[in-house]
Design a binder for this molecule. Structure first.
Ligand code: APR
Length: 239
């Protein structure tokens, strides 16, 4: 397998998607047996669904909390945490995943652009910050309240909403010289456009996953395989 060589002057931007958590037992979205095969996005993952049917939205995210909190980081998550330890400030991880497996593997310099399952926030956007909330709700009546009195909603970016901390992501993207994309189908923007931006800016772009993503043509290198198998031996960090 071709190693990905990281020079002392390189700055690495990693983007992960559902594929990195697949070997921890969490389903991806767009596989034939994936999450979106069993649910309609518009029923559980849109602002309209939250307004018209909050019980279904919360049932969906409570089930996802239950699965994600029971899962364990796999060697792919651990390999990325080790890469961060070697690179320090020259490393940045942007994940589309809402599970906390990267953190539990030891990653610290990371940003959840699509939100986090372990948090909730005000459904009326009163301005209160997200709160830690790992509860598995059995009914809508159990769902907690914001300090303003409104019902909490999952701290998840729904379809049609703007991902979190985009200015910080842009800054990190522009500083990077190596972009490593792992386990994402390249179907959801803006994340699907990051590799192209990095490539235009002159960086190396590497994709890791079992099949080519939709945006395969923007990558300068592809490594075919499952993240948990490929990542532990992939990086050659030069000192
Ligand atoms: N290792 C690496 N990649 C894998 C593995 C694995 N073991 N198993 C599957 N994959 C790859 C698939 O080949 C696919 O390209 O993971 C990708 C998963 O794609 P999607 O299901 O589309 O998930 P993702 O790209 O993360 O979705 C993006 O869509 O529904 C929204 O907000 C949700 O963050 C999510 C966004």
């Amino acid at each position: 397998m071709a190693a990905v060589s990281i020079a002392p002057t390189d700055r690495v931007f990693v983007l992960t998607g559902a594929g990195i958590s697949a070997e921890s037992g969490l389903p991806t979205f767009r596989a034939s047996d994936g999450l979106w095969a069993g649910y309609r996005i518009e029923d559980v993952c849109t602002p309209e669904a939250l307004r018209s049917n909050p019980a279904d939205v919360w049932a969906f995210y409570s089930a996802r909390r239950e699965n994600a909190f029971a899962a364990k980081p796999n060697p792919g998550h651990i390999a990325l945490a080790e890469l961060e330890r070697k690179l320090g400030g020259r490393y940045f991880l942007c994940t589309q995943n809402v599970d906390d497996l990267h953190e539990r593997a030891g990653s610290e310099r990371l940003l959840h652009m699509h939100g986090e399952l372990s948090k909730s926030r005000c459904s009326q956007q009163c301005g209160a910050p997200p709160v830690e909330d790992r509860r598995i709700y059995k009914s809508l009546e159990e769902v907690g309240r914001c300090v303003c009195g409104a019902r909490l909603r999952p701290h998840i970016v729904f379809f049609g909403e703007i991902p979190l901390e985009m200015p910080r992501i842009e800054r990190e993207l522009m500083k990077s010289t190596v972009m490593i994309v792992i386990g994402t189908s390249g179907s959801v923007y803006p994340a699907a456009g990051f590799a192209q931006q990095a490539r235009y800016a002159g960086g190396r772009t590497i994709y890791i996953g079992p099949e080519p993503p939709l945006n395969a043509s923007v990558f300068t290198q592809s490594v075919t395989g499952n993240a948990a198998e490929v990542l532990p031996d992939l990086f050659a960090v030069q000192s």
